[in-house]
Design a protein around this ligand. Structure first.
Ligand code: APR
Length: 394
């Protein structure tokens, strides 16, 4: 079998690339290790920046999202027992769209496969990449039904298989570099079957540790609690979680937190990485396969979409117009936003975690950063721009 593009991984990055290619009449094959049901239900991120929503909309991929997503205009910081609202839409004209990633994946699978006729194989095993630096790279996989290994030749391979994928292992070890940053903190990621306690995202900076409140829907709320890296989620009982959330998110006049059953409880060791190069021969990495941002600034899904727009459009231009400018500019454009978001996450991490660091110097500096956001219009404007991913020149 030969197809112009093989996409490895049916996450937001891979499916968006596939949908863009199908709209341009280019054939591709998406390979995914999990089942369709699994990827359509797996809860992950949920915040999409306005530029990314408009990017999906321009490619005909945002119809359901625009009907169903909540739009947010502000967030709230709580520190030193007080509440401070930050109105980012008033400063940038842009919104955050809250739409759970599994809903977006569901829409994209439907659009790519059912509407635009794209080919997708779920449940494949042992995906391997062959000759990525030749003119005819290939991908092979074990077919779930027959147990046989199949080989597919392609002109290009898009490596969109996430943080635990296999495609980036094909980079030549002597040229590949993973720049990694460990934040030295863990976050207990929680999903509660409970309505949100406020209409917006709330960040609590508390001497006991950071806490976050992220509305997901009328019935489900995501919460985060800072904890030691590698902490055992089993030690976080229902009562301990809710006591700690109430304590860390407490502030004068704050509405009570509606309690609910915890349907997800995982400890994330906060880290980020950027893989370079992101292009090797005819292999192009996109999304978490190329770079991971800790959920500190809710950037991961946005970066995955940024890469997918760049790479989908670039591949479409190659096949339909013989225009390779997008492909040759891909690495630079992908990495420049990825590093920008890494740096912002690092800056924001200090704001979130400085107070509980046990180091009075870091705590004092974190408080100074926070106060400046509410005292200086210039600092507020810069923060709003970075929080929303508004970048000069797009
Ligand atoms: N072969 C094929 N598919 C694979 C393989 C493999 N060897 N390994 C992993 N996959 C699949 C995963 O099952 C998943 O469906 O690749 C897909 C990768 O999707 P994501 O992890 O969602 O990555 P991406 O599309 O880059 O989107 C990044 O996901 O982790 C969140 O916060 C992150 O929101 C961001 C988004």
């Amino acid at each position: 079998q030969h197809v112009p593009v093989v996409v490895v991984g049916a996450g937001p990055a891979g499916l968006t690339i596939g949908a863009v290619l199908r709209a341009a009449g280019v054939d591709c094959l998406v390979l995914e290790t999990e089942t369709r049901e699994f990827v359509e239900r797996r809860p992950r991120a949920g915040v999409i920046e306005e530029w990314a929503v408009r990017g999906l909309e321009r490619r005909g991929l945002a119809r359901t999202l625009l009907e169903r997503a909540q739009t947010h205009t502000e967030c709230e910081f709580r520190f030193a027992g007080e509440r401070y609202r930050f109105e980012y839409t008033a400063l940038t004209g842009q919104h955050h769209f809250v739409y759970p990633q599994q809903f977006l994946v569901t829409d994209l699978v439907r659009e790519y496969a059912d509407v635009r006729g794209g080919e997708i194989r779920f449940g494949v095993r042992d995906v391997r990449l062959h000759d990525p630096d030749s003119d005819r790279p290939a991908v092979s996989y074990v077919c779930p039904e027959s147990g046989e290994r199949r080989v597919v030749r392609a002109d290009f391979v898009a490596g969109c298989d996430g943080a635990r994928g296999v495609t980036r292992a094909s980079l030549p070890p002597e040229r590949a570099r993973v720049a990694r940053y460990d934040y030295g903190v863990g976050w207990l990621a929680l999903l509660a079957e409970a309505p949100p306690s406020s209409d917006c995202v709330v960040f609590g900076m508390h001497p006991r540790g950071f806490a976050g409140h992220m509305p997901r829907s009328a019935e489900v709320t995501r919460y985060y609690l800072q904890c030691p890296p590698g902490d055992d989620p089993e030690t976080w009982s229902h009562d301990r979680v809710w006591t700690e959330l109430r304590e860390r998110l407490g502030a004068a006049g704050a509405p009570p937190l509606p309690e609910g059953r915890l349907i997800e409880r995982r400890v994330l060791d906060m880290h980020g990485y950027v893989v370079e190069p992101v292009v090797h021969g005819r292999l192009f990495l996109a999304g978490d396969a190329a770079h991971l941002t800790a959920p500190i600034a809710a950037k991961g899904l946005n970066l995955a979409l940024h890469d997918a727009f760049l790479l989908g459009d670039a591949l479409a231009a190659h096949f339909t117009k013989g225009d390779d400018t997008g492909l040759s500019g891909y690495a630079h454009a992908c990495l420049s936003r990825a590093w920008d978001y890494q740096e912002f996450s690092q800056w924001l991490s200090e704001v979130y975690h400085g107070t509980a660091s046990g180091d009075p110097y870091r705590a004092g500096a974190a408080l100074a950063r926070l106060r400046r956001l509410f005292d200086s219009p210039t600092a507020a404007a810069e923060f709003a721009e970075r929080y929303m991913g508004v970048r000069p020149g797009g």
